[in-house]
Design a protein around this ligand. Structure first.
Ligand code: NAD
Ligand code: MN
Length: 349
């Protein structure tokens, strides 16, 4: 029997509630398909930062590297600055393990109401995950004085833009052959014109993909007015981050949205995590929507070579939502995390 070694980092807040939910779905579907998981859990979190002064131990990345994949909940806690949890854990993992693709699929499920009328969404945001606007280059001077200023550099490399564009175009060829590149080359005069040029170059290798570039502001408006026209949207680290929260909300709830931080070369583990954060406002009550985490686990199954099992998990989510009144409160229901998860487990087992 194949056993996959998974590193599990539940993190903080509802991360610790939705991650075990995803694991129980993984176990149930794996048992039926004749494979299994061997989990190693790590308590790396803002909680750990409070007691040990660091989100993870100094050799944390080394400890993760010989796993087949990483399952992460969410990190973040009131009182711990968000840049600590991001730069102390998530960004080092994404960068060191060359997880340069962040895939964020979005779709409307029957039985989940979108805040929009007639939304029919089925798209994937492909976010560049290791360069772009999230850089450490820059600084602050004249702290506290009237002339105080902050400067932050954005980094786009030819290699980085080419490979994310290629990934997105290739993905579009497996879907509806439509690609939109998010830009803002009318206002940002160095980096985004470069992004546009490289994307246009890579497009030549995919003549059967119908593509265009849209300025991020207009693109956000179009996502709200007519989300059904989008298939694959590729964007920089910042634009992809913003767009995926927007598209997830358009589909009904950020609690549903999954993500995969992929290392396509597979020389390091990839990481799977819901798009949402630790949701301190609802943490500890057992009412978090586990769909984002469970769907992320389905993406993990796909990545590890179990596409049928992955499809069964997503189909189970769709079936429970359309055939039963079970819903967590963010979707207008009264179900708890464990009640909803039990219904999914029953379907896939
Ligand atoms: P959030 O996603 O945690 O919450 C936003 C809103 O959505 C809240 O009202 C929350 O209750 C609701 N929500 C989110 N997930 C839900 C779910 N599964 N079920 C039901 N409702 C859900 O974003 P935030 O409030 O901006 O951030 C809270 C903390 O999480 C911060 O510390 C932030 O830095 C962190 N964060 C972490 C990640 C990550 O770990 N990848 C991502 C985003 C935010
Ligand atoms: Mn985000």
């Amino acid at each position: 029997m194949t056993t996959h070694r998974l590193a599990v980092i539940p993190g903080d807040g509802i991360g610790t509630e939705v991650t075990p939910a995803a694991q129980s779905v993984l176990d149930a579907v794996a048992a039926r398909h004749g494979f299994g998981f061997d989990y190693r859990e790590f308590d790396w979190s803002c909680e750990r930062y409070r007691t040990e002064g660091a989100m993870m131990p100094a050799d944390g990345l080394d400890r993760l590297r010989d796993h087949d994949a990483i399952l992460l909940g969410a990190v973040g806690s009131p009182g711990v600055p968000d840049h600590v949890s991001l730069w102390g854990l998530l960004i080092p993992i994404r960068r060191t393990f060359r997880q340069y693709v962040n895939l964020r699929p979005v779709r409307c499920f029957d039985g989940v109401e979108s805040p929009l009328r007639n939304a029919d969404v089925d798209l994937v945001v492909v976010r560049e995950n290791i360069e772009g606007e999230y850089s450490q280059i820059g600084g602050r001077i004249n702290s506290g004085f009237p002339d105080e200023m902050a400067v932050q550099e954005t980094v786009f490399t030819r290699v980085g833009v080419s490979r994310i564009a290629d990934y997105a175009f290739r993905l579009a060829t497996t879907r509806r052959h439509r690609l939109t590149s998010a830009t803002k080359s009318n206002g940002i005069v160095h980096t985004l014109p470069f992004w546009d040029e490289v994307v246009a170059e890579r497009a030549q290798g995919f003549p059967d993909v119908d593509w265009d570039a849209e300025h991020i502001d207009a693109l956000c408006a179009k996502v709200v007015l007519d989300p059904g026209r989008f298939d694959v949207i590729v964007g920089s680290n910042l634009f992809g981050d913003i767009l995926s929260d927007l598209t997830a909300a358009v589909a009904g709830s950020i609690g549903i949205a999954p993500s995969a931080n992929l290392n396509p070369e597979r020389d390091f583990p990839s990481m799977f995590e819901p798009v949402h954060g630790s949701a301190p406002d609802i943490a500890g009550r057992g009412v978090a929507n586990p769909i984002g985490a469970i769907w992320s686990a389905a993406m993990l199954l796909d990545h590890l070579g179990h596409p049928e099992a992955a499809t069964e998990v997503v189909d189970a989510i769709a079936a429970v939502l359309s055939e039963t009144p079970l819903r967590t409160p963010d979707l207008g229901g009264t179900a708890t995390t464990s009640e909803f998860t039990a219904a999914i487990v029953k379907r896939v087992a």
